[in-house]
Design a protein around this ligand. Structure first.
Ligand code: 1GP
Length: 235
């Protein structure tokens, strides 16, 4: 069983979308990239079948395989652990805990709780699918972000606070606001990283930097980003 303390050793994570194709050569590069974990998930088109297919191809490596759950239908029992987003800057309770509660009602008896690692999510890119789906308010001030980070650590006591700019580079304003107030909860950043300067900038504030789209657009860069992040010291 993978202990969630492992999160503390991560600096770089690749997020793979089961709905997007990867060749065997690309999978091989990903597995040898030096990234600390592979997170499998996406907003659209994720099914049990395509998740199972990707998982079976990745299972050849030694990297932790984590499913980030967005729909109940795609949940697969063979992952090392599960990251469960709870979107905080939405007014729709479904995305905070409503969908989760439905799942607990149905399957509560069988849920391996120790394998579930919760994420307090704040969504920053209004154009992202996740922002549209969850109707997130992306106009947060740094003071709002600090408050959400504190809520995540002190009230919800989640292991992860995730600044999600999916599809665009969000800079460090929200990260600075969050990092100042987090002590135990780890700070994840994901969104639009394709350049060395961006990776290094966010790695100075985030505990873990997540890359997604760049894997499908320029895999060499995605693999290089591992080094960009790991040679940066967190402030
Ligand atoms: C998406 O945070 C991840 O959920 C990474 O974002 O795809 O923009 O790299 P990108």
């Amino acid at each position: 069983m993978m202990n969630r303390e492992i999160l503390k050793n991560w600096r770089h994570v690749m997020k793979l979308d089961p709905a997007k194709p990867l060749t065997d050569t690309q999978i091989d590069h990903i597995l040898r990239s030096g990234t600390d974990a592979l997170m499998i998930g996406g907003t659209d088109g994720v099914t049990y079948e395509n998740t199972n297919n990707l998982l079976s191809r990745l299972a050849l490596g030694e990297i932790p395989l984590i499913q980030e759950i967005s729909t109940l239908e795609s949940v697969h029992p063979s992952f090392d652990a599960y990251l469960i987003p709870s979107v905080l800057n939405t007014s729709d309770i479904r995305w905070v805990y409503g969908e989760h509660l439905e799942a607990i009602k149905k399957f509560g008896e069988y849920i391996p709780w120790e394998k579930l690692w919760w994420e307090g999510y704040v969504v920053g890119n209004p154009e992202a699918k996740v922002a549209k789906k969850t109707n997130s308010d992306c106009s947060l001030t740094p003071a709002d972000v600090t408050a959400y980070a504190r809520l995540t650590e002190h009230v919800f006591q989640f292991p992860v606070f995730y600044v999600e700019y999916s599809g665009t580079y969000g800079g460090t304003q929200w990260l600075q606001a969050a990092s100042r107030s987090l002590n135990r909860t780890l700070l994840f950043y994901g969104g639009g990283i394709s350049k060395e300067a961006q990776a290094k900038e966010v790695a100075a504030y985030a505990d873990v930097v997540v890359v997604g789209n760049v894997i499908y657009e320029d895999l060499d860069r995605a693999c290089e980003s591992v080094q960009w992040v790991k040679e940066t010291k967190k402030q």
